[in-house]
Design a protein around this ligand. Sequence first.
Ligand SMILES: [Zn+2]
Length: 152
Amino acid sequence: MVGGGQESTAAATTVQKTDAQWREELTPEEYHVLRQAGTERPYTGEYWDSHTEGVYQCRACGAELFTSNEKFDSHCGWPSFWAPLAEGNVRYIHDRTLGMDRIEVRCASCDSHLGHVFEGEGYGTPTDQRYCINSVSLRLVGKDDAGSGSEG
Ligand SMILES: [Zn+2]
């Protein structure tokens, strides 16, 4: 794995799999959220109140999407970030389902559903935005898991 330094401005997804492949690779819950734009129940995910330092990757394809530096306690029941790791890593889709007007957030690499982004809610964050992301869409790679360096 080579980390960092990559720039991607392409709009097309780089990870393309068939529906059957996704079903094969993901658990039923992961498949429901990532590929069918489902939502996990609040306060049930593994990361909503996690403070572990590290990088949050896409559960479906491993792309690095968020870091613990931008994570904040929104107390909404889902992991919340005030910005993605980089703007090109996620894509936005206007979502008018359920009679609401929302912005859906997807992984730019594999087009999997992550959650929604809201703004202007008054949180004391640098952007006043809240990326409300499903835990099941993410995989946290802690700093200690990176395995590089041997400083004692
Ligand atoms: Zn992805």
